[in-house]
Design a protein around this ligand. Structure first.
Ligand code: UD1
Ligand code: CA
Length: 466
């Protein structure tokens, strides 16, 4: 089998985004457009990925270095940017010893699926084509290049919108900007491109006409759902692509993973998220990141998860926020819990309403049920935190944070303040309303509050004064 390399074109400015950020770095469901394209091509198992950069190349290069694709890659500077054909020309020196297939794709199609690319590649190989273009039929051909076919139905060229005759404007089959190109067979065609057109650009699309006229095999694969390959040129299209990615992901979760999504239109789940069988996702959830949810869970309504989140089997997370946090099996979170970054909770534990956790490690069968702030703390197993317990972890004079350790079986009464650094021993108890700033030994009761005194007959006395 011949090797495959991909070329992602990401040098364009994207003027219509009205943004100082390069177009390909805008995000769709928490991941840059460019990353989504790199994911789709990278999944094919490439020998190498060439990324053409130009506009804001420093920013794009830095991004790619920090967020590299899964295969070997290099970036290639295109300056000035004289069109998609010119962009591919910048990669030619790096292809000197390459014989195989080049999968070329625009960098602004974030919903592109690797299955589609695999089909394109398979057709290209089966037909032994020199150029195979992926096309699709759209309701509104607006700025796309039109596929112009001859009497036998063979594509004889692609005509850009600005260069279309009135008749060509009516064609609804358009170019997706995604091709398989045989190398070095198509090298002569690439170097023959001219910029004799309305935009004075070197169009990669003209390679199709070149191949047709030189009697090379040219093929097209027509994609059924045009929404998968819509290029992002404005923020309106960015929103449309996000909606489509949401729909594709929800369908896959329902059909392939056995997940019930009650209202897919109000549920935003990124394609990276994995969810186990029989889990129900209720309306209003926003799950964006490297999230792993187990089987038989109950998520939502109105739950937000971001970053690296893991939820064990049988757990529920109701109307809550979880950021970079892990919970074990059969846990209950929410409603209205806020698990900020760096928390890990064991199995059969509870994080109840109006509870905020930050960098907290909580063991098994432990409950933080109501109105608490637990930050920079380690809680063992079978710990019970009373309503309104606060870990005072921050010293505003030294600006330092300190840890609270609560050992197995310990409990705190309502409205306790634990001034860190402090440790509660095994089965230690803190009386309600205490401010604890000294270690409590194993099994001890800490009472740290003023003694109650009752003034007899006080109400009657007050009535006489006023
Ligand atoms: C291009 C196609 C058009 C197709 C459409 C699909 C050409 C001439 N036209 O048009 O037929 O219907 O995509 O979305 O190819 N880029 C560079 N360097 C450049 C110019 C562009 O790297 O000099 C990159 C851009 O960053 C972008 C991609 O190529 O990722 C497409 O460029 P864009 O300007 O969006 O082309 P379209 O006008 O949409
Ligand atoms: Ca485009």
């Amino acid at each position: 089998m011949l090797p495959v390399r991909a070329i992602v074109l990401a040098a364009g400015q994207g003027k219509r985004m009205k943004s100082s950020r390069p177009k390909v770095l805008h995000e769709v469901m928490g991941r840059a457009i460019l990353s989504r394209v790199m994911d789709a091509v990278g999944a094919l198992g490439l020998e190498h990925l060439h990324i053409v950069v130009g506009h804001s190349s420093e920013v794009v290069n830095e991004f790619v270095d920090k967020n590299p694709p899964i295969c070997p890659f290099s970036t290639h500077l295109q300056s000035p940017q004289l069109g998609t054909g010119h962009a591919v020309m910048q990669v030619v020196p790096a292809l000197e010893n390459f014989t195989g297939t080049l999968l070329v794709t625009v960098g602004d199609a974030p919903v592109l699926q690797s299955d589609t690319l695999a089909k394109l590649l398979a057709t290209h190989r089966e037909t032994k084509a020199v150029v195979t273009a992926l096309s699709t039929v759209v309701p509104d051909a607006k700025n796309y290049g039109r596929m112009v076919r001859d009497q036998d139905g063979k594509v004889r060229g692609i005509v850009e919108d600005k260069d279309c005759s009135p008749g060509e404007k009516l064609i609804t089959e358009v170019n997706t900007g995604i091709y398989c190109i045989e190398w070095p067979a198509a090298a002569a065609g690439l170097s023959s491109l001219s910029c004799d057109n309305r935009q004075k650009e070197y169009y990669l699309t003209d390679l199709v006409a070149w191949a047709y006229h030189h009697k090379h095999v040219t093929e097209t694969v027509v994609l059924t759902d045009f929404r998968e390959v819509c290029g992002i040129n404005s923020r309106v299209e960015l929103a449309e692509a996000t909606v489509h990615l949401r729909d594709i992901t929800a369908t896959k979760l329902a059909l392939e993973s056995g997940v019930t999504i009650i209202d897919p239109r109000s549920t935003w789940i990124a394609p990276e998220v994995t969810i186990g069988e029989e889990t129900v996702v209720l309306p209003g959830c926003y799950l964006i990141g490297n999230i792993e949810i187990g089987a038989g869970c109950h998520i939502g309504p109105y739950t937000v998860m971001k970053g690296r989140v893991k939820v064990g089997n049988g757990s529920s997370v109701v109307n809550s926020h979880m950021n970079d946090s892990t919970i074990g099996e059969n846990c209950k979170v929410g409603p209205f819990a806020h698990m900020r970054e760096g928390n890990s909770v064991g199995d059969n534990s509870k994080v109840g309403n109006f509870v905020e956790l930050k960098k907290a490690q909580v063991g098994n069968k432990s409950n933080v049920s109501h109105l608490s702030y637990i930050g920079d703390a380690t809680l063992g197993n079978n710990v019970n935190i009373g309503a309104g317990t606060i870990t005072a972890n921050y010293d505003h004079l030294t600006k330092k944070k300190a840890r609270t350790v609560i050992n197995d079986g310990a409990s705190t009464g309502s409205n306790s303040v634990l001034v860190a650094p402090v440790e509660l021993g095994v089965e230690a108890v803190v009386a309600a309303g205490s401010v604890v700033n000294k270690a409590v030994p194993d099994g001890a009761l800490a009472v740290a509050r003023a003694k109650q005194s009752n003034l007899e007959g006080w109400s009657e006395k007050r009535k006489r004064i006023t």
